[in-house]
Write a new protein. Structure first.
Length: 359
């Protein structure tokens, strides 16, 4: 009974750690074999792999993992939407794969990705965990701004109240300290919807990513790439003649310098700026989750050597991980601010009037 009680206490501690830090791990243990060789093999196969654990948590999934061991977790299946020229359209839930153990409709789950059994090419339009996170964030942003707009219409001339009073300082912050300062008084208003959408989408999605079992949307390189692509396409189309003149043919500079040096550098810079936006936000958000998971993994790494090691290091690991979680609250806002500010600066450079026009 003492052994059973000890195991229960240990399991409750692991569950508490997982809930506090954004993961809910549960690991099964291999039964020890009777002879020494079988016991060694079982220990090797059942050893905790911190790298696999971390990568499994930060990569996208076709299901919403809630809790339980990864071989047979408690999860919410998400819609799988595939189209192949030979098989046509296939729509089903990811639970049909039974966590990768069986094939369904000519497709199989292999190392977290869907592959065709006959090797044929197909298009994947599935609703993954990251896409579900995008939809949740988008719905929240829409609800917030629609409710605020209705409140402004209903309470014209009155003091802010409720959600309006909470978000109005942030809206004014984006308007006055980002849009006006970076784009200018004359043209900032036409870009306010974009800047507000970027700021609140990134900020809210980062906060959602700190909730246990919820996806860290901005820690997905595809999402960061999509936002950076929007900025790139926008700057390509709104750039004025003065802007493109300085990019493609800088006035007052010898032709050979323009052709062989300045123009290539400027063209690379046009593409590089959104790329920097993408890498910065992806790396910062993903790194925060990886560091937190690394502290969680240390509990099990030390615990694999002895029970005393796991129990002894648990408080230290929890404190560091909680500290990182608190830092992530600041990073959630900071990354939204930096992405929006740099976007506004790029827009400002594109629409800036030539200086000689002022004189």
């Amino acid at each position: 009974m003492q052994i059973v009680s000890k195991i229960r206490r240990k399991g409750l501690l692991y569950l508490l750690v997982g809930f506090l830090l954004g993961v809910i791990p549960a690991f099964g243990q291999e039964e020890h074999a009777q002879n020494g060789e079988a016991e060694k093999t079982s220990h090797t196969e059942g050893a905790f792999n911190a790298g696999e654990f971390i990568i499994d948590h930060v990569t996208d999934k076709y299901e919403w993992h809630l809790w339980g061991p990864h071989e047979n977790p408690v999860s919410i299946p998400l819609p799988v939407i595939l189209y192949s020229g030979s098989k046509g359209l296939s729509v089903f839930l990811s639970s049909k794969f039974e966590h990768g153990h069986v094939a369904y409709d000519g497709y199989r789950m292999k190392e977290g990705a869907i592959v065709s059994e006959d090797g044929s090419e197909f298009y994947d339009f599935s609703l993954t965990k990251a896409v579900a996170g995008i939809l949740i964030t988008s719905i929240l942003v829409l609800w917030l701004f629609i409710s605020i707009a209705k409140t402004y219409t209903r309470r014209q001339g009155q003091a802010p109240k409720g959600v309006q009073s909470l978000l109005e300082p942030l809206i004014l912050f984006v308007r006055d300290d980002i849009a006006k300062a970076s784009i200018g008084e004359k043209q900032y208003m036409k870009f306010m919807p974009l800047l507000l959408t970027l700021f609140f989408f990134i900020w809210i999605s980062n906060f959602i990513g700190l909730i246990p079992t919820f996806p860290g949307v901005m820690g997905n390189i595809s999402v960061a790439f999509a936002l950076a692509s929007i900025v790139l396409v926008l700057t390509l189309f709104i750039g004025k003649k003065h802007y493109w003149e300085h990019i493609l043919w800088m006035p007052g500079v010898p032709a050979w310098v323009k052709i062989f040096l300045l123009t290539p550098i400027e063209i690379v810079g046009v593409i590089q700026r959104p790329a920097v936006l993408m890498i910065r936000i992806f790396a910062n958000i993903a790194a925060g989750h990886i560091v937190i998971l690394a502290f969680v993994c240390l509990i099990f790494v030390f615990g694999s050597t002895s029970d005393a090691g796991g129990w002894g290091f648990s408080p230290i690991s929890m404190l560091f991980a909680l500290f990182m979680n608190a830092m992530e609250l600041l990073v959630a806002f900071l990354q939204a601010f930096v992405f929006t500010l740099l976007t506004a600066m790029y827009i400002g450079a594109c629409v800036e009037e030539p200086h000689h026009a002022e004189h």
